[in-house]
Design a protein around this ligand. Structure first.
Ligand SMILES: Cc1cc2nc3c(=O)[nH]c(=O)nc-3n(C[C@H](O)[C@H](O)[C@H](O)COP(=O)(O)OP(=O)(O)OC[C@H]3O[C@@H](n4cnc5c(N)ncnc54)[C@H](O)[C@@H]3O)c2cc1C
Length: 322
């Protein structure tokens, strides 16, 4: 018996969220004795990238080399995962919670007759039944779900589990799947990539600005800070509404929901709709000149002061350190 992990990629690189799913599966296998931890990688990857999945805790990687699978073609991915699941005799599939993961997991739930829980935040409690804790209401509450089917699918929330980095290199095997035209009935015609070097939904650090930045001409200092930290840039909704920043940077309830290790909010008041998109961040740093700004209540660290004085000094200090 094995636990299977569905790996997502971005331009041939394994997504960090998928590595977290591997670490989750590794810890689950240690807890339940479910056997080998096997990852499934679809499309074009370098050998080093595949072997490296082992550091997160996979013993083996099955690689389907068909280059058409490098894109997130939902039906084809679902078929490939279902075939691998049966081949390795898995009862549990682990994947990262994401828009592609959600679409693939929903289809697999039907194909495999599997109970599915998404947004999982910790290992299931198997002492009596199979209880899974999940995050709900954009991170404001938790729900406990019970799975009673033999096959199970768990979609793990980003940053919910520490990434294992000391695993042995994985054994990589080529895996053949049978896909037909219906698996490619929908095609991705074009992909528009965000212009920033680091993609916002994937970023480990986000530097985000609000209306307190006064105008688009002042974003240079945030970009400089972001570049220094290897961070993505984000913004509040009004900032993108008035065209200071592109819409794909809009963070919050009606925008992108992020869960980085570090979220730096600069000149953002901390309205509840903004917080809904950031409250899964591991650490929040707020820079705001108003000590009463609501964001300080959600902050791990706060600096009360003028962003136009603080941000350049912070960037210089970081440049000296990093
Ligand atoms: C249905 C609905 C959905 C919404 N969805 C979202 C969403 O997804 N995301 C989102 O962000 N908002 C959303 N909003 C809007 C939200 O309610 C707030 O209006 C918005 O987040 C405020 O943006 P802001 O903090 O940039 O601006 P402001 O509220 O104007 O705050 C600016 C902040 O900058 C500070 N500041 C000013 N000058 C400086 C300076 N020199 N240095 C440091 N700090 C300074 C001020 O003290 C203030 O706290 C939504 C609203 C509704 C009704």
């Amino acid at each position: 018996m094995s636990i299977l992990i569905y790996i997502e990629q971005s331009e041939g690189k394994v997504k960090k969220t998928s590595l977290e799913a591997v670490s989750f599966a590794n810890a689950l296998a240690a807890k339940t004795g479910e056997g080998e931890v096997v990852a499934l990688a679809l499309g074009t990857f370098s050998e080093a990238e595949l072997v490296g999945i082992g550091t997160a805790g996979a013993a083996k990687v099955l690689h389907v080399t068909d280059p058409r699978l490098s894109e997130g073609v939902i039906q084809a991915h679902s078929s490939a995962v279902a075939q691998a699941f049966k081949k390795v005799g898995a009862k549990t599939l682990i994947l990262a919670k994401s828009s592609l993961g959600d679409a693939v997991a929903a289809r697999l739930s039907i194909k495999l007759g599997a109970g599915l829980v998404s947004n999982v935040v910790e290992l299931p409690n198997t002492s009596s039944g199979y209880l899974v804790k999940r995050s709900i209401f954009t991170g404001k509450a938790f729900a406990e779900a019970s799975i009673s089917t033999e096959n199970k699918i768990l979609a793990v929330k980003k940053n919910a589990i520490d990434l294992k980095t000391d695993g042995a290199p994985a054994i990589v095997e080529t895996f053949e799947v049978s896909l037909d035209a219906s698996d490619f009935a929908s095609k991705i015609l074009s992909t528009e990539r965000a212009t920033g070097e680091v993609l916002l939904p994937e970023a480990d650090i986000v530097v985000s600005g609000g209306r307190g930045m006064k105008g688009p001409e002042n974003w240079g200092m945030l970009e400089e800070l972001a570049k220094t930290l290897g961070a993505a840039t984000g913004c509040s909704k009004p900032v993108s509404d008035i065209g200071w920043r592109p819409h794909h940077e809009h963070v919050g309830q009606t925008g992108i929901k992020v869960a980085p290790s570090l979220y730096i909010a600069i000149g953002i008041s901390g309205a509840i709709q903004h917080l809904a998109g950031v409250n899964s961040s591991k650490n929040i740093v707020v820079i705001n000149k108003d000590p009463e700004a609501p964001f300080f209540k959600a902050a791990d660290y706060g600096i009360v002061g003028d962003a136009f004085e603080i941000v350049p000094k912070l960037t210089e200090a970081l440049k000296a350190e990093l």
